[in-house]
Design a protein around this ligand. Structure first.
Ligand code: LMR
Length: 394
């Protein structure tokens, strides 16, 4: 049986991680996987996470199972963090999941259970694993225009035209903030126009929000998700704690299902619990418990928010420094978009050939679609990257 297996396509982002590790050059720069790194290249355990873990170690008296949906206190805390009352709590069913990816996977499986005919519209480009999981689950994917490779901003007219092709019941997958991979985002007026299309055409909104706090701030980054959630009849929200709590390996995420009325919440919850049971039974608890402790303790929460804000500001500083450096070296303003983009990534909009050239010549590792992780930089490496970009002829 096992001899029948065929090779699977490698995940582009994870393959790049492995390639970086193998490169013996000291001056190599990792701008690949979406993991925050400080100026020393370290992904730190956040202060509030350390403190919550210390308390947990002392106070936890049992490792017995919690519940199929995870701890209800985690759901309450995360629903509050993401939605802040935008939707009545009794319309929301939720399950804890292994990371944001787990939430995305469960969301697609729920779509398949509820409407096997539904197609999922994804931005072109989107996080490659969205498309890969959809294919694996057996859901048809339709790409909508999103990124204008000339302006490196959102091709909003193209996006609306393509969404107008969706049929009632199709799902529109949107990145709540900090679009991955491009870094280009809609403004709130544009979000409202997307909501109007969703409601006019009877589409289902699905939001993946994995970088809340990395763009314009914790509240600002949730504004679009709150707008959508409060304006549509039904929706799905997959949220990750990997990045904003720095708990990547703990696999901490949540899927929320918003129903049209509170009468349906019970059946949605039951289906979400069922999916958890089928796929892995109980979701991981450690990261979720730590996140809950932080969000419900005013001191820990304030410290966490402050550290996250420092991270956000430092990344904005790196964006500005890179845009300035590129302006200086190239003598043109065409890289100004790097300072406009938000979140962990910017897609610089060049060819895979030039991305490969920068890797070979200068040890710069960015994803083949020219996505770079801004957090992989520091003040000293920004000029090196800028020079590599200009030398490669981007
Ligand atoms: C990324 O896009 O780099 C992150 O979301 C990590 C991953 O799992 O791909």
């Amino acid at each position: 049986m096992l001899g029948n297996l065929k090779a699977q396509p490698a995940d582009k982002i994870l393959a790049l991680m492995a390639k970086f590790k193998e490169d013996p050059r000291d001056q190599k720069i990792d701008l690949g996987v979406g993991v925050y790194k400080n100026a020393e290249g370290v992904t730190p355990v956040m202060r509030a996470v350390k403190e919550a873990e210390r308390r947990l170690l002392e106070e936890q008296t049992s490792k017995s199972y919690v519940a199929l949906a995870g701890d209800p206190a985690f759901a309450d805390a995360m629903i509050d963090l993401v939605l802040d009352g935008a939707v009545a709590r009794d319309r929301i069913a939720a399950i804890a999941t292994p990371g944001g990816t787990g939430a995305v996977r469960q969301a697609f499986e729920l779509v398949k259970l509820a409407n096997p005919e539904a197609r999922v519209f994804v931005s072109n480009p989107t996080w490659p694993n969205h498309v890969s999981i959809l294919k694996y689950v057996g859901i048809e994917t339709v790409a909508y225009r999103y990124f204008d490779t000339e302006t490196r901003a959102v091709d909003f007219d193209g996006m609306l035209e393509d969404l107008a092709q969706a049929n009632a019941g199709d799902v529109v997958l949107l990145h709540g903030c900090c679009h991955n991979p491009t870094g280009a985002n809609l403004n709130l007026t544009q979000w409202q126009a997307v909501v109007d299309v969703i409601n006019e055409k009877g589409l289902i909104a699905m939001i993946d929000i994995a970088y809340q706090g990395f763009g314009d701030g914790l509240e600002e980054d949730a504004a679009a998700t709150r707008l959508v959630a409060s304006s549509v009849k039904e929706g799905l929200i997959a949220a990750s704690c990997s990045k904003n709590f720095g708990v990547y390996r703990e696999r901490t995420g949540i899927l929320m299902g918003i129903s049209e009325s509170a009468d349906q919440t019970g059946i949605v919850q039951q289906n979400l619990n069922f999916l958890n049971r089928q796929n892995y039974s109980f979701p991981p608890d450690h990261g979720a418990r730590v996140v809950t402790m932080i969000l419900t303790d005013p001191e820990l929460r304030a410290d966490w928010a402050a550290e996250l804000e420092d991270i956000r500001i430092s990344m904005l500083g790196l964006r500005q420094q890179l845009a300035d450096e590129l302006q200086k070296l190239s003598g043109s303003d065409r890289f100004g978009f790097i300072a406009e983009h938000r979140g962990m990534f910017s897609q610089i909009g060049t060819t895979p050939e030039l991305v490969e050239k920068m890797r070979v010549d200068a040890g710069i590792y960015m994803v083949g679609d020219s996505r770079m992780n801004i957090a992989g930089l520091n003040e000293k490496t920004v000029p090196i990257l800028a020079k590599a970009i200009v030398d490669a002829g981007v």
